[in-house]
Design a protein around this ligand. Structure first.
Ligand SMILES: Nc1ncnc2c1ncn2[C@@H]1O[C@H](COP(=O)(O)OP(=O)(O)OP(=O)(O)O)[C@@H](O)[C@H]1O
Ligand SMILES: [Mg+2]
Ligand SMILES: [Zn+2]
Length: 150
């Protein structure tokens, strides 16, 4: 348990193996601290078997599918550990689906997904790590994927 440098949580979620330096982006997309009054612990640049990583531990919270897809874009190697009564009861790797809906904004101002009455954005996932996506409507392939997250 050398890695456990912070207080254990009783119930909640540990997001482990986050790309080093990206923990704050993960907090931002989870709207922390605005949406929680529970304890959240963050470790940045901790040593791991394969270089450095970040970890986010959130008490009393589980993540929804859209949040998980956004985390997969920010931290493709992240693992999601569900904690119950201090134990890891479920571990999964984030995994992008073949298409993502409503979690990114197309950079093309004339794209139909950016019209005055916009329809939900829709992107094909063409690569997971590093994440690369293509707009279903206009075929634009943004370079700055992380900055397009809504
Ligand atoms: N009760 C807890 N409170 C806070 N963090 C916890 C708790 N239990 C486990 N963790 C953290 O959750 C993560 C996964 O725990 P686990 O025991 O599965 O470690 P591991 O075997 O190193 O997993 P992995 O192979 O995914 O790296 C680790 O970062 C660990 O520190
Ligand atoms: Mg580990
Ligand atoms: Zn588009």
């Amino acid at each position: 348990m050398k890695e456990l440098k912070i207080t254990p949580i009783k119930e909640g979620t540990v997001i482990d193996h986050i790309t080093a330096g990206n923990a704050v982006k993960v907090l931002h997309i989870l709207k922390i601290p605005e949406t929680t009054t529970s304890v959240v612990s963050v470790v940045i640049n901790v040593a791991s078997r394969i270089g450095k990583k970040d970890i986010v531990k959130i008490e009393n919270r589980e993540l929804d599918p859209k949040e998980l897809n956004k985390i997969a874009l920010i931290a493709p190697k992240a693992t999601i550990n569900i904690i119950r009564d201090f134990e890891v009861v479920k571990k999964s790797k984030v995994q992008l689906p073949r298409e993502v809906f409503g979690i990114l904004k197309c950079p093309n101002p004339t794209c139909i997904s950016n019209a005055r009455e916009p329809i939900e954005s829709r992107f094909y996932v063409i690569s997971d790590d590093p994440p690369r996506i293509r707009c279903y409507y206009c075929e634009r392939e943004p370079e700055d994927v992380v900055d397009r997250i809504i």
